[in-house]
Design a protein around this ligand. Structure first.
Ligand code: PLP
Length: 377
């Protein structure tokens, strides 16, 4: 994956925490960890290797190309591309690499059937729309789907999957129950013909909060990387033991004094209320630190939380280190995670809340923008 190497910031990926989260989510043989989007920014191959060592037998990726990268690296797990096959080449590659094609509409049955025959059957994954309104067959489509599959005996539906829209929202329980009901009805109809077909509905929130929707296979993504999709809800405790896998650090470039009344950085949005000590850090919005967090971003130095001050620049930002002794150039500031200290580590949720977004987005951006280092801790 192309990551800009010209930055002193580092994205740290703790593979031991990844392994522990995976174990917390259930029996490895019943999980299909989602490693799309470069494993949510954590790196496709190192994450796949760690999960395979922990017993993963299936992977959900986004693209057939990600499946190809896994096959090239020697992985023999069952692989499903959640976005489907986007070109004739994708179809050919999926076939050649024994990737389960996503069958998300009537055309897909025809395309898959053209690449299989009685002597060379092909296992496929049937995508069902139980209420997400994105990809897949709706309940009304099932009779026609069954007919199309009857005409394509070389296709072996090995998995049916559907995706929850609001499984992380206690107030939306009726909608989630409706999805569960529709998925159950659709898969009952399919399993009357294909009794060995596995079912998969639960995402991370479902795996944690909807045990009645586990079926044969759960598909957690976010929780594998330590995110609690239930954070901030009444159900937060259900994901309370997960550990963030990603940390993010940048070095102190210089320390300096700022006199009371002086301003700092572009736009002069911060004026020193008193004489201060300032550290200039080597990362900024070019490293996926949202500029919208200027004057808001918490970060940690020497285990203590200190405020970021002034506009975040492209490759630099400033922090108020007046409360700290003896900060030196080369010391590492922790924008996320980092070693134990007197103050709590900053989490992706701490960034997401003021931005009114979700930590998923920040993991992807930080992980795909900064050089990654892999650690076992
Ligand atoms: C991304 C995705 C998942 C995983 O969702 P999380 O909330 O990260 O657990 C599961 N299934 C599908 C179809 C997805 O697109």
């Amino acid at each position: 994956m192309p990551v800009c190497e010209f930055t002193p910031s580092r994205c740290h990926v703790n593979l031991a925490a990844l392994r522990r989260n995976f174990a917390r989510l259930g029996e490895a043989a019943r999980l299909m960890p989602v490693i799309k989007a470069d494993a949510y920014g954590h790196g496709l191959l190192p994450v796949a290797r760690t999960l395979a060592d922990a017993g993963a037998q299936r992977f959900a990726v986004g693209l057939v190309d990600e499946g190809r990268a896994l096959r090239d690296a020697g992985f023999s797990q069952r692989i499903v591309p959640l976005l489907g096959q986007l070109s004739p080449e994708d179809w050919q590659r999926a076939r050649a690499l024994d990737i389960l094609p996503l069958i998300a509409g009537p055309d897909d049955v025809v395309r898959a059937a053209a690449l299989a025959d009685a002597a060379h059957p092909w296992e496929v994954a049937i995508k069902l729309d139980s209420g997400m309104g994105r990809l897949g067959f709706t309940p009304e489509d099932i009779p026609a789907l069954l007919e199309a599959l009857r005409a394509a005996p070389a296709l072996r539906p090995a998995l049916a999957l559907s995706h929850f829209a609001v499984a992380d929202t206690p107030d939306e329980q009726p909608y989630t129950l409706g999805q569960l009901e529709r998925f159950t009805a659709m898969t009952d109809a399919l399993r009357a013909v294909f009794p060995d077909m596995e079912r998969s509905l639960d995402n991370s929130a479902g795996t944690l909060a909807w045990p009645q929707a586990r079926f044969e296979v759960c598909r957690p993504g976010y929780a594998v990387y330590g995110g609690n999709p239930l954070a901030g809800t009444d159900w937060a405790d259900k994901g309370g033991n997960l550990e963030w896998v990603m940390s993010f650090s940048a070095p102190v470039i210089q320390t300096r004094s700022l006199a009371k009344g002086q301003t700092i950085s572009y736009g002069r949005i911060f004026t020193a209320p008193r004489d201060m000590r300032i550290a200039v850090l080597g990362c900024g919005y070019a490293n996926a630190v949202p500029r919208a967090l200027s004057n808001v971003l918490p970060l940690r130095l020497h285990g203590r939380r200190v405020p970021q001050v002034g506009r975040i620049c492209m490759g630099m930002m400033m922090a108020d280190i007046s409360a700290l002794e003896n900060v030196q150039p080369g010391d590492r500031a922790w924008l996320l995670g980092g070693p134990e200290g007197p103050d709590a580590p900053v989490t992706p949720d701490d960034w997401a809340a003021p931005l009114e977004t979700i930590a998923y987005e920040l993991l992807c951006l930080v992980g795909m923008t900064n050089p990654r280092v892999y650690e076992e801790a």
